[in-house]
Design a protein around this ligand. Structure first.
Ligand code: CA
Length: 687
């Protein structure tokens, strides 16, 4: 009898959970924002960031004013898209800290700090950022920079479960937002600059149990392959790639089609970048730089499309993907659209993976076109930088990076936060993969450098320029382009009132007329913006929120405002009348001139050491610095404080690595000789 009661109780519980799951699944499937919430990372599973709200429109936008703000007390980059439900907003800040904010009282309800050890800061390529949380059935999910997936009770912030998703002895990091599909939490990771094998995993939303894991590149072929897809992929690799990890990390974009029950995942670059070192006899290196379509319930690969076969340039296809229907040659097609780093805008049939069209959306010099028969790029000579150094356009920053696009179906435009970029690529003849610890120097393992005495092919047409553009995905051409002063602006939002919103690196939140690209409104928030704005209703009133927080890979070395203020939530409404942040004075600083006995014989060792350890985040007498100081202006250089920062971890609390395990006093001194020599050379030239 007792067994029967227990069984009934069990069966009843299963029924309740499965009914809850069904309604929770449906809530996400129909999350188009019309109820005024913002329930999914890209607003809906199609990830189009098209809000049906239209209270804020062209007629009244001149009255759009600040309503309230909330200082988060943390510097470093904020890339999160907030999730909003019933008057509460959930988002992540730097170091994977989660905030729940009451949208009526404008106060923090709770804050959850997963206490990521600061020593993990150096494992990331691009700042200790996080792109946000997922909400499902009252539970909140997020990844941490040190590779954990955590579930919290949304109402209280109480910990429900926590799983480690990575081998923490390797340089994996999580910066992407999880997605929840059919009761499974999906999360990938990053690390392909430092030497890892990419994968993503599905966990049970209620228990945190692993359901399946899909590796994006094959492991050692002497060991059993995880699945058929890996066996097939291994035929496209040569050499001993698995010793370097191979890459293909899934660090950002996913989308889901509930009707086809297909999960779409974008994969990252090769690890190391250099194709000749990674796979010496060539090969496409599946599934690097690809869009994968999988069964979300089993993790089985249904189709793939590789945007950049044999990637050698950090041309990730982890960029935001959007699902929609387009009328192409008088036929309605279910499509998936992506503008990955490589500079081509792709339209694929999302049922089959068939390439429909692909055209350049920025200046591209590495390929003439994409062959529609084979789906492959028609590469130009020398672009693999073997016999000569080659100036690539676009470069590793991408014609488009992680900043989300938005698609407005009324206008038929995909809005792209695009950019023209260019860099010189060459063989790094000194490169050796270091399997111990974090690899070489600061941990980066690219095998790609420049200028080792080879001829150099330059390109006069390549430029560096930010661009906000409206792209017609049917015609495959730009409808309009707004040129921007800098290349690292925020993600996008579009609305049913035909507006496009974007935050910029120079601290503005802007609104454009989506049909023409005319700037129709802006407000100056004084600190650079990376994240995407969102819009929602509270008590029937439409609000616009954007979170400032300068940083990211580019923001470590550069800034385009006078100051970097702590991350702040800014919320606007029609008739909002709060004061905008006060204008920050331009901080004029002089280059350092420490008393220092310069020994020119130490400069060369200092320069090599600097580039190996410091140059990823710092510059010397160049930009004045971003989140990380320009060392040409740092008063610590030439004092004992410098040694204590570099060798004793005195600023580890800020995320500055402790290099005491890798560098000695002579190295730290040599770096100072290099910095001071560079500064003095500039000062002498200026006199
Ligand atoms: Ca990369």
């Amino acid at each position: 009898m007792r067994t029967n009661i227990l069984f009934l109780f069990f069966a009843f519980s299963v029924l309740i959970i499965s009914n809850c799951s069904k309604s929770a699944d449906n809530e996400l499937i129909y999350a188009d924002g019309s109820d005024g919430n913002w329930l999914l990372h890209g607003l809906n599973y199609s990830e189009n960031r098209y809000s049906p709200l239209a209270q804020i429109n062209e007629e009244n936008i001149d009255q759009l004013g600040l309503d309230w703000q909330l200082d988060l007390g943390m510097k470093r980059g904020i890339e999160a898209t907030p999730i909003i439900k019933d008057g509460v907003m959930y988002f992540t800040g730097p170091w994977s800290v989660v905030f729940a904010v009451d949208l009526r009282s404008h106060e923090i309800i709770w804050k959850y700090d997963p206490e990521v050890p600061k020593s993990f800061g150096e494992k990331g390529c691009c700042d200790v950022v996080n792109r946000g949380v997922a909400l499902y059935n009252g539970q909140l999910y997020f990844g941490t920079f040190d590779g954990r997936l955590i579930a919290l009770e949304a109402e209280s912030g109480k910990l429900l479960w926590e799983v480690l998703t990575v081998d923490q002895s390797k340089p994996y990091t999580i910066t992407g937002a999880p997605r929840v599909v059919n009761g499974k939490v999906l999360i990938g990771n990053g690390g392909a600059e430092l030497g890892v094998r990419g994968y993503f995993t599905a966990y049970d939303a209620y228990t945190g149990d692993e359901i399946w894991r899909f590796y994006t590149v094959p492991g050692n072929p002497d060991e059993p392959f995880e699945n058929e897809a890996m066996e097939k992929a291994a035929e496209t690799w040569t050499g001993t790639w698995w010793e370097y990890g191979g890459g293909g990390t899934v660090w950002d974009a996913m989308a889901y089609d509930p009707e086809l029950n297909l999960l779409y995942v974008g994969t990252g670059n090769g690890s190391p970048w250099n194709w000749k070192k990674r796979s010496p006899e060539g090969g496409d290196n599946l599934y690097l730089s690809s869009i994968l379509a999988l069964d979300p319930d089993t993790g089985e690969l249904k189709w793939y499309y590789q945007t950049t076969p044999g990637d050698a340039w950090d041309f990730t296809a982890t960029q935001h993907m959007i699902l929609t229907e387009l009328e192409i040659d008088d036929e309605p097609r279910k499509v998936i659209m992506q503008a990955p780093k490589n500079g081509f805008f792709y339209v694929l049939d999302r049922e089959t993976g068939e390439l429909i069209s692909a055209e350049k959306f920025v200046y591209v010099n590495w390929a003439d076109s994409i062959d529609l028969e084979t789906g492959r790029p028609v590469e130009r000579p020398h672009v693999r930088y073997v016999e000569a150094n080659f100036q690539m356009a676009p470069d590793y920053n991408g014609g488009h990076n992680w900043q989300p696009m938005a698609y407005n179906p009324d206008l038929g435009y995909v809005f792209i936060p695009a950019r023209e970029t260019t860099s010189m690529y060459g063989q790094d003849s000194l490169w050796k993969f270091n399997k111990v610890g974090f690899g070489t120097g600061n941990g980066w393992n690219l095998a790609t450098g420049t200028l080792y005495g080879k001829p150099t092919i330059t390109d006069d047409k390549a430029t560096i320029q930010g661009k906000l553009m409206a792209w017609d995905p049917v015609k495959q051409e730009a409808a309009w382009v707004v040129e921007q002063n800098n290349i690292w602006n925020g993600g996008l939002l579009t609305t049913a009132s035909g507006l496009v919103f974007q935050g910029t690196a120079d601290g503005k939140i802007t609104a454009y007329r989506g049909s023409t690209g005319d700037l129709i409104w802006e407000a100056d928030l004084q600190t650079g913006i990376l994240s995407s704005p969102v819009t929602y209703l509270v008590d029937g009133v439409q609000y616009l929120t954007v979170i400032t927080g300068w940083g990211g890979g580019y923001g470590m070395k550069n800034k385009h405002t006078n100051a970097v203020l702590p991350g702040t939530v800014y919320t606007f409404r029609i008739g909002g009348s709060a004061d905008l942040p006060k204008v920050q004075p331009k901080y004029e600083r002089a280059l350092i001139s420490p008393k220092w006995d310069l020994d020119l014989s130490k400069v060369s060792h200092g320069e090599t050491t600097y580039w190996k350890y410091c140059g990823t985040c710092h510059v010397v007498a160049e930009t004045g610095g971003g989140v990380a100081p320009d060392l040409g202006y740092s008063p610590m250089v030439g004092t004992p404080a410098f040694t204590s920062v570099v060798l004793d971890g005195a600023l580890l609390i800020n995320g500055m690595p402790n290099f005491g395990d890798r560098l000695n006093k002579d190295d730290a001194e040599a770096i100072q000789h290099y910095i001071i020599n560079k500064v003095r050379t500039i000062q002498t030239a200026g006199k």
